[in-house]
Ligand binder design. Structure first.
Ligand code: C5P
Length: 241
């Protein structure tokens, strides 16, 4: 598996600024929507690192690889039959050159992703492709669970976006036309798995700014995140634009 941007990254940028912002947080906290909008606002690249785990789980199921077989999954990470591609709207996944993105984002596949993401060898084998997303770019917003702790520990700005469990379940259930209680149970299980695993657990990165989005609309969250990024970059004598 490899990762690539839709347009050759940095092709027109003779001096890439290479600013990295990470946004971590639990399921349905709003991190995807906010990170995508922030990247669009600055003209930066954006990657949802969850797509790597979702992609792997999907590919494993389709290729008949057991989702509890660490060795086989670790090998599958390196297979060229699938790839992850950055895109301004959604991080895309291709299997045998077929776009399977809409299938990987179903909640059932989120649970399978959480299962395969527990394995240390899987995480190690996906790390390189995740880090490649930051090569030759003016800026990158990377979102996930361990972006600020493991993938980009030296990121210029780190955020952790969260929301009350019920608000998160309501949002995801609404998006996917599912029952709120069922969605809540699946998310609680996934968050517990993601935060209690031994390798790269979901956690608030040191020095990260925490934003609770429960009582904010998307515009308000984007404005808060934008203000934090500008302030922290200014302290480092950098500007997002
Ligand atoms: O963010 P998203 O819901 O797409 O992530 C799907 C799953 O992928 C998470 O529940 C988690 O198990 C895994 N993941 C991870 N590390 C990341 C991003 C996602 O373990 N950086």
């Amino acid at each position: 598996m490899r990762s690539a941007s839709k347009n050759s990254i940095g092709e027109n940028n003779s001096i890439a600024k290479n600013i990295i912002v990470t946004i971590d947080g639990p399921a349905a906290s709003g991190k995807t929507s906010v990170s995508r909008l922030i990247a669009q606002r600055y003209g930066w690249q954006w990657v949802s690192t969850g797509a790597f785990y979702r992609g792997l789980a999907y590919v494993a199921i389709h290729e008949g690889v057991a989702t509890d077989d660490e060795e086989a999954l670790a090998n599958l990470c390196q297979s060229s039959i699938w790839r992850v591609q950055m895109d301004p709207e959604q991080t895309l996944v291709y299997l045998h050159n077929r776009d399977v993105t809409s299938e990987i984002y179903r909640e059932e596949n989120g649970s399978a992703a959480s299962q395969v993401s527990q394995f240390p060898k899987v995480r190690t084998n996906l790390l390189k492709a995740q880090r490649q997303c930051a090569e030759n770019v003016n800026g990158l917003v990377a979102e996930g669970r361990d972006c600020g702790t493991v993938v980009f520990p030296n990121a210029h700005v780190k955020l952790f976006v969260t929301a009350r469990t019920h608000s998160r379940a309501e949002r995801r259930a609404f998006e996917q036309g599912k029952d709120v209680e069922e969605t809540k149970q699946a998310q609680v299980k996934r968050d517990h798995q993601d935060s209690s695993r031994t390798v790269a657990p979901m956690q608030i990165p040191p020095n990260a700014q925490v934003i609770d989005t429960s009582d904010l609309n998307l515009d308000q969250v984007v404005d808060q995140v934008d203000a934090i990024i500008r302030k922290q970059l200014a302290q480092q004598s950098l500007s997002p634009l």
